[in-house]
Design a protein around this ligand. Structure first.
Ligand SMILES: Cc1cc2nc3c(=O)[nH]c(=O)nc-3n(C[C@H](O)[C@H](O)[C@H](O)COP(=O)(O)OP(=O)(O)OC[C@H]3O[C@@H](n4cnc5c(N)ncnc54)[C@H](O)[C@@H]3O)c2cc1C
Length: 389
């Protein structure tokens, strides 16, 4: 395809994966179109960690200046006992992380990241993103893919990338619909004005409080103005897969009632209209990510639990590798083979390790005091911009 820059490519989903893929393709001379179901662009109010493996890709796409300007770079990340508040482990970040992995660890508001990506896509092509276009199905063969939208319209492309998230319609069409599995864990997320929280948390803004069957992790975004936290608790049952259900204050406080006073105070000052809860669902890894002229990218291919903070990082890597494979291969079939060969093992291993980490973090701190979490080094030394594909 080195000569075929007029190849028609559709991307379904304007999330982190779809937008990153669009930028990576645009920078290689292609002109992809993104179809997004939502009538407006946007992201939920929450933070996201961009580990060095993600930033290496984003920087290579010309986004370093924007990310440097808006991200927080923690000096360290600490692990606390849930009951006494004792800090039992500190990971130096900042310069130490840059030196170890060749790029910074950043923490950023999801909306800010989304805005940066959307702006970059539109800079290349102001009409690249089509909103309010809900995909209902796809037909694909060795020559083309046809998208079928909710309003009945059908559009045909040389290649379709399914970046439509953990409940992907395209995955359902290509691989069949398999039900998600409830992991037994419920999560809450909130953004709290940092000025309202206890001084100890303000002094150690990036941290994780470990307790039996529950934990709370946090960091600041928007230059320290907002304190982002996530609380996880093991529960008996859950049915809804969405993650924008308004949380109940009494239920939230009851879940973390045995945590030390700084966390209790954090829950007390949480604006409940900006606090949401959702159940964590999981899917087993699959090794087939493409069929005919359609391919899965990101959560559509490998939805993972948030316990490594790497879902988006792996999505961002997928996007760059797929764009590289398309630009550097003689034909689409070869490009898709090279993409899946380069990505399946790493993404699925991260998915499985995220599951293991669910147990690691939701345990009594005495049990993990002397046990390091796994995989950080392997994850972050990887460089999707240079790895052989
Ligand atoms: C609580 C939580 C915390 C997390 N924290 C981190 C973190 O700190 N670091 C990290 O790296 N990752 C984190 N992740 C994971 C990360 O958010 C996801 O892996 C990432 O957003 C997935 O990106 P995506 O583009 O594949 O899918 P999505 O972001 O889900 O985007 C999919 C897009 O497709 C659209 N769409 C869906 N269906 C259709 C359709 N039929 N037609 C048209 N459009 C459609 C959707 O509207 C959406 O815009 C976290 C996840 C959770 C739940």
């Amino acid at each position: 395809m080195r000569a075929e820059k007029n190849l028609t490519i559709a991307i379904v989903g304007a999330g982190i994966g779809g937008l990153t893929l669009a930028i990576a393709l645009q920078r290689r001379g292609f002109r992809p179109v993104i179809y997004e179901r939502a009538p407006q662009l946007g992201e939920v109010g929450a933070g996201i960690t961009l580990w060095p493996n993600a930033n290496k890709v984003l920087f290579s796409l010309g986004l370093q200046e924007d990310l440097d300007r808006i991200s927080e770079e923690p000096a360290n990340q600490s692990m606390w006992r849930f009951d006494t508040g004792e800090i039992f482990r500190v990971y130096p970040r900042g310069e130490a992380t840059r030196k170890a992995y060749g790029a910074p660890l950043y923490q950023i508001h999801r909306r800010d990241l989304h805005d940066i990506l959307v702006t970059a896509v539109k800079r290349h092509d102001p009409n690249a993103i089509r909103l309010g276009r809900a995909l209902e199905g796809i037909e694909t063969d060795e020559a083309k893919s046809t998208l079928i939208f909710a309003d009945g319209e059908r559009v045909t492309y040389d290649l379709v990338a399914g970046c439509d998230g953990a409940r992907s319609t395209i995955r359902g069409c290509l691989l069949g619909v398999e039900p998600a599995r409830f992991t037994g864990i419920v999560a809450w997320r909130a953004l709290v004005p940092t000025a309202l929280i206890a001084k100890r948390l303000r002094d150690e803004p990036a941290g994780m409080h470990i307790g039996p069957d529950r934990n709370v992790s946090h960091y600041t975004v928007r230059h320290g103005a907002l304190f982002n936290y996530l609380g996880f608790a093991v529960v008996d049952a859950w049915t809804d897969e969405g993650w924008t259900i308004k949380a109940d204050a009494a239920e939230l406080k009851a879940a973390f009632a045995n945590f030390q006073p700084d966390i209790i105070q954090l829950l007390d000052v949480t604006p409940m209209d900006a606090c949401f809860k959702w159940g964590l669902f999981d899917r087993d890894p699959v090794t087939t990510w493409s069929k005919g002229r359609a391919v899965l990218v990101g959560d559509a291919a490998h939805p993972m639990l948030p316990f490594l903070g790497q879902g988006a990082g792996i999505v961002i890597e997928d996007a760059l590798i797929l764009a590289r494979a398309i630009a550097e291969s003689p034909d689409i079939a070869t490009a898709l083979k090279r993409y899946t060969a380069a990505r399946v093992e790493r993404a699925n291993l991260t998915l499985l390790r995220s599951r293991e980490h669910a147990q690691y973090w939701n345990t009594h701190p005495d049990k993990i005091k002397d046990r390091e979490p796994v995989m950080e080094v392997d994850l972050n030394l990887y460089d999707a911009t240079t790895v052989e594909i």
